[in-house]
Design a protein around this ligand. Structure first.
Ligand SMILES: [Fe+2]
Ligand SMILES: [Fe+2]
Length: 286
């Protein structure tokens, strides 16, 4: 079975064309990284690249696509809509697509209050197993055939101040995750856990406190062994740390649509474990 993992697609509106009074002070500050910081340019083609990856998923016969958050630049409704459109019919079908939010998708209190992420991707948050949730719909479980499952977690929180980008799961989700992992219905399945924040950097170290997953150790403790893989984003550099037999596989999908660094993981699963993985570049549009 083949699963594609992509992340941090950051579909970005043309902010210079928007009425700035409506953007709010958090986005005003963010405009500094968008314009002078070069971010708007880096993601100018993000929607098209996401569309190309969605087409690759069909061409490669992927059973499932996992997007581990940061679909938007700063959680605008139009950015969510464009990301969903670029994903195509996959985004309508929980059997073929899993999406969890990133910190950019909960960038303002208003985006959280109005459940903007859920309005566009809520159809993918239902669980195939009853009673798995610990916080809102998370963790939810998606059964893939007879040999794998995806578990979706929420680590994205509204930052107290733009620039702070850490996240956490919290006790209710972690306790629910431990129950999910012990569920006999998931025995013998490879379990892919989709979460936005990285439990470790590509160098194998905890991320810095203002950017990392605060309860990373508890997450790693809950997922011990090569049957588990954590599929994360947030750090815009792709990496794969294979399981050493104790820790799970760690897949970071970088930023799949960032100009010059486009790509995604193509993960092969067989007999309830990860058999291999290849980092692929999106097929260019003709
Ligand atoms: Fe990101
Ligand atoms: Fe992020």
């Amino acid at each position: 079975m083949r699963v594609l993992h992509l992340s941090d697609v950051h579909v970005t509106e043309r902010y210079s064309a928007l009425p700035w009074r409506k953007l709010g002070w958090r986005r005003w500050l963010a405009l500094l990284e968008l314009g002078p910081g070069g971010r708007a340019q880096a993601y100018a083609e993000a929607g098209c690249v996401l569309g190309a990856i969605a087409e690759d998923a069909e061409r490669l016969g992927a059973a499932h696509v996992v997007v581990s958050g940061d679909l938007t630049a700063y959680a605008l409704d139009a950015e969510f809509a464009a990301a969903r459109k670029a994903l195509g019919s996959r985004a309508d079908d929980p059997a073929r697509c899993t999406v969890v939010p990133g910190n950019h998708d909960t960038f303002t209190p208003g985006s959280l209050r109005s459940a903007r992420f859920e309005r566009h991707f809520g159809q993918l948050l239902a669980s195939d197993l009853e009673g798995t949730a610990g916080e809102g719909p998370y963790p939810f479980v998606r059964l893939l055939g007879e040999e794998a499952a995806v578990v979706g977690l929420l680590s994205a929180r509204v930052p107290r101040f733009p620039g702070l980008a850490h996240g956490w799961l919290g006790r209710p989700q972690l306790e629910a995750l431990r129950r999910v992992v012990a569920d006999p219905r998931l025995e013998r399945r490879a379990i892919l856990v989709a979460v936005h924040h990285a439990p470790r950097t590509p160098r194998g170290r905890p991320d810095r406190r203002s950017h990392g997953l605060l309860d990373a150790n508890a997450l790693l403790d809950a997922l011990r062994g090569p049957r588990f893989a954590i599929l994360h984003g947030h750090i815009h550099r792709p990496h794969h740390q294979p399981s050493d037999g104790v820790l799970p596989h760690l897949f970071g999908a970088g930023s799949s649509t960032e100009r010059g660094r486009e790509g995604y993981w193509c993960i092969e699963l067989a007999d309830g474990i990860v058999r291999g993985a290849e980092w692929r570049r999106p097929t260019p549009a003709p």
